[in-house]
Structures are given as structure tokens and as C-alpha cells.
Design a protein around this ligand. Structure first.
Ligand code: AVJ
Length: 323
């Protein structure tokens, strides 16, 4: 795909300060409900495991989102119009972006915003190589902090913020609201947000998606402990914890747990963390919405839902919100 002869695109670097992993992790493990931030799943091995998750038969999210993007690309292109500037927040490997770019008419620029500098540059250069007519303007920044938008050579007729993957599901409602507000500021007046939102459905389908038969999601969950053992000199015994994912209906979220199989003490960065038998660490929340619930959240943040596309089984949605 990408040619090695591609010109290297220039980076705008805001030098995002990553909070100390030690402090963040210990803070979560000192809470009455021990918690680990889902952000830390994605080291090299975790990112590989997540890629495998997206291909599992039980994990419908990625397949459904890609099907929606393929099926409704023409309509998305027509709604967005020509010369849009695509701003992708937490762009990661920019894989889904290609489908979006292919659907748009002469996009003015692609602006991936990502905190992981190396991953950002690999993805930006790869897109630049494959789309020689598209100006690629990568920004290394924490997208929840303010940053300036670049000025593409072609004046954008609209800013289109892109937030695929149901990443919004990882945020509690107050955080999701803040994030939508930030995205509305970035989209500016006349701009839009194209966002992937996973939908509520029966418990069995939801729980299967996070408890796959091959145990890849369990490995993904355990990898967090492997990472803490390696990077924070933690002493988690992987045989003394178990993976569990449950649909918490009252809170409208899938919860991933790491359940302690016995009373035990674990050292993390020199600090003792005590577990009771059966006590669990909450390692991820993945919120699901009804269309009505998400429209209400969007409206609170000042967006209007202009169009919602779903897959044939209404498992997942891609939504077009205007400012
Ligand atoms: C990347 C946050 C959308 O919540 O479904 C997949 C992460 N965790 N399996 C999700 C995940 C376990 C995923 N998101």
C-alpha cells in the first residue's frame, strides 16, 4: 500500500504531557472500587490484541461500522460536501479513515490528532503516500486540551470532526459531554461531527462480544496486568485473576472486570494493594446508547443529529451531527 518514497509530512507538536502512569494507576487502585484506566490497554501487544478482537465473530462493532461506512459512503459524501477538512481525534492507525476519505469529494485536508507521536507519524505518512492529492497535517496533542487548527492550502468549506469506533463509549456521561463540547468547538459554526456509537441490545449479544470463545478479550484484559508487571514492577499473579465482562443494565454499560480468585497482596510500584477473594478491578466501561439517549446527549452539547445510519441488524450506528 504505502510507498517508501513518500514525502514525509510535517508534524505540529504540542508536546502533550502524559500524566505519570505510576500516579494514575495507583490513584485508581486506591479507590474503594479499584479501577484501571482503559487508556493503558493499548501498548504494542494490547493494540495487536485489539486488532484481533475487531475480527472476532462475536465482536460485531467494527464489522458493523465498516459495513455502514461502505454502504452509505455516497450519502455521507453528499452531506459533507466538497472541500471539507477532516479532523480525526485519537486517530491511531487511521484505518477507517480511508473509507471516509474515499467517500468525500476533494477533501481539503486530513488532520489526524493523536497523543502517540510514533503511531501518528506512521499513519499520517501512509495516508499521504496513498492520497497524493490530499494535504495531511498531523497534530501531536491531547485532544481534550485546546490546540489550533492548521490552515490547509485549499480553504475548507467545512470542518468535519471524525470520531469512529464507539470510542465515545469509554467515557462516563459527564466526560462524554465535555468531549462533545470540545468537538463542537473544533467543528466550528457550520461544521459537523461523524461519530460511531454502539447501540443498546440484548444482554446475550453484548456479553458475548466481550467474552469471546477464543478468549482474546480475556488476553486483552490480562495484558493490562502484564504491562503493570513490566512497567511498574507490579507482582500480579495472572493465575490468581479471572476475566469477566458483564452488561450493567442500570448504568447502560459493559464492564470488564479482573476478578481476584483469592485474598492476596500485590505490589505495584512499591505500594501494597490488598485484594479480598472475589474483589474485582474495573478495567473498562463501554457505554451503549439508544438513539434517543444519544440524541439527548448531543443536544445538551449543542449538536443536532441530522442523520443516523445503522447496519441491517441495528447493532451499531454512525451519526452525523451538525453544529
Ligand atoms: C475501542 C473502546 C470501542 O469498548 O468495545 C473491545 C474496546 N474492549 N473489547 C469497546 C474493547 C474490549 C472497545 N472500544
Amino acid at each position: 500500500m504505502s510507498r517508501s518514497t513518500a514525502a514525509v509530512v510535517a508534524l505540529r507538536d504540542y508536546h502533550p504531557q502524559q500524566e505519570s502512569m505510576r500516579d494514575t494507576i495507583l490513584e485508581g487502585l486506591r479507590l474503594p472500587q479499584k479501577t484501571l484506566p482503559a487508556f493503558y490497554f493499548y501498548d504494542e501487544r494490547g493494540s495487536q490484541l485489539f486488532d484481533r478482537i475487531t475480527e472476532l465473530p462475536e465482536y460485531y462493532l467494527t464489522r458493523a461500522e465498516l459495513a455502514i461506512m461502505r454502504e452509505h459512503g455516497a450519502e455521507i459524501g453528499a452531506l459533507v460536501g466538497e472541500h471539507a477538512s477532516i479532523i480525526e481525534l485519537g486517530s491511531g492507525s487511521s484505518l477507517k479513515t480511508r473509507l471516509l476519505i474515499d467517500s468525500l469529494r476533494e477533501p481539503a485536508a486530513y488532520v489526524p490528532v493523536e497523543i502517540a507521536r510514533d503511531q501518528l507519524m506512521v499513519a499520517a505518512n501512509s495516508i499521504a503516500a496513498d492520497y497524493p492529492n490530499l494535504e495531511v497535517l498531523p497534530i501531536c496533542a491531547d485532544f481534550s486540551e485546546p490546540f489550533d487548527l492548521p490552515h490547509p492550502r485549499i480553504a475548507p468549506l467545512r470542518n468535519l470532526v471524525y470520531f469512529p469506533g464507539s470510542t465515545i463509549g469509554n467515557f462516563h456521561s459527564d466526560e462524554a459531554y465535555d468531549l462533545l463540547l470540545a468537538m463542537r468547538r473544533i467543528a466550528r459554526k457550520g461544521g459537523a461531527l461523524l461519530i460511531g456509537v454502539d447501540l443498546k441490545k440484548d444482554r446475550a449479544t453484548l456479553e458475548r462480544a466481550y467474552n469471546d470463545a477464543q478468549g482474546v478479550t480475556a488476553q486483552f484484559n490480562f495484558n493490562m496486568l502484564v504491562r503493570l508487571n513490566r512497567e511498574l514492577d507490579a507482582t500480579f499473579d495472572l493465575n490468581a485473576f479471572r476475566h469477566r465482562a458483564i452488561w450493567n443494565e442500570a448504568r447502560g454499560r459493559i464492564e470488564m472486570h479482573l476478578v481476584s480468585q483469592r485474598a492476596q497482596t500485590v505490589l505495584v510500584a512499591g505500594e501494597r494493594v490488598e485484594f479480598r477473594a472475589g474483589e474485582y478491578i474495573l478495567s473498562e466501561c463501554s457505554y451503549k446508547y439508544t438513539r434517543t439517549q444519544f440524541a439527548a446527549l448531543a443536544a445538551e452539547a449543542g449538536f443536532e443529529v441530522e442523520r443516523v445510519w445503522t447496519d441491517a441488524a441495528s447493532l451499531f450506528s454512525v451519526q452525523y451531527l451538525t453544529n
